[in-house]
Design a protein around this ligand. Sequence first.
Ligand code: HEC
Length: 165
Amino acid sequence: MKASQKILSLVAGMFALGGTALHAEPVHPDEVVYEDWLVTESLSGEPGDAERGYEVYTSRSQGNCIACHSITALLEDVQWHGTVGPSLDGVGARWEEADLRGIVANAKNLYPDTIMPAFYKSSGFIRPGQRFTMQPAEEPLEPILSAQQIEDVVAYLLTLTEYPE
Ligand code: HEC
């Protein structure tokens, strides 16, 4: 190997290392940039996966969105749908990705009095009571969903572009 080639491969190696070091870090819940309710930047830095998003949506231990919302296409698979929130049929046609990411992360920016929980928030709660003691829980709290789970459920919502009869 000639000296110039050696230097080239050394430089290439450094870039490869730099690439790993820059590997996407999730945005901390306190550092999410909201423009009104919009969040344009991915929270995890990775694309969302709609199949995993379906799990987040339907699973009681994750988003449990189904407790408050219904989706016609799921009625056959999942028995019980809540009606506290609006139907999410066609939600992927009504809203863009940045809107949905912002609504799921913290719906209170768009609907100040909503009962929909902020799924990506760790501080600024009004006295979240600690179980049994009634002492305020210590902030920061873990957000309900991870950055990637938010991206996944948003990817799933974006597939809901139809308004069934
Ligand atoms: C405790 C009930 C509740 C839960 C749980 C809940 N939501 Fe909501 N959601 C609402 C309500 C109520 C609204 C309507 C806003 C308002 O007026 O309060 C809403 C609005 C929305 C909207 C805007 C709908 C539109 O048509 O404009 C989206 C999108 C949404 N929710 C997604 C979700 C997702 C995804 C989850 C789960 C990660 C979820 N919601 C969990 C109650 C809930």
